[in-house]
Design a protein around this ligand. Sequence first.
Ligand SMILES: [Zn+2]
Length: 179
Amino acid sequence: MVMEFDTKKIEKIRDGEFKRLVGLKAHGDTNGNFIVNGKRLVLMGADYFMAEVLKILKEYVGPTGGGILYNIGVEAGKEYFKAHHVEGESVEDTIGKFFGFLMYSGYSKITFDGEKIIVPSSPTADMWSKNIGEKTKTCYYLSGLFAGFLSELFKKQLDVREVKCMAAGHDRCEFEIFE
Ligand SMILES: [Zn+2]
């Protein structure tokens, strides 16, 4: 699909949001409350989330395991959008803050290259390569996150497919958006 973004603006907002989040408390309290942006979070090892989860799903249900993770990601992306979207905000602000949150969450400096979403270091792909090793694309959950988020943002159903993945031997993960 054709999308025009001010990529530089998105990156500036992403970096600002990342800094803001880094300034917040980043651990649970004695009652387990680890709240960031009004949401209770949990920290998990990147080896478990999502490399091991994907491996186990594939063992149980075969190749559709990736699709299950994708659909979980879609729901999470939609929920993230609904919880954080500010009416009247620019597309760049909305995407930039989402990318800032993802950077804070360990997904590195996500950006656009034309209409492709670029992820320089996916924790899932990295841990898959280190611990599992089979050359394959792994970032189904992240693809779903993008799809759910962008579908809400543009008010139409969009799918996001990973076209390059570090776990498949590429130097970065790349995602394409489809209507
Ligand atoms: Zn990947």
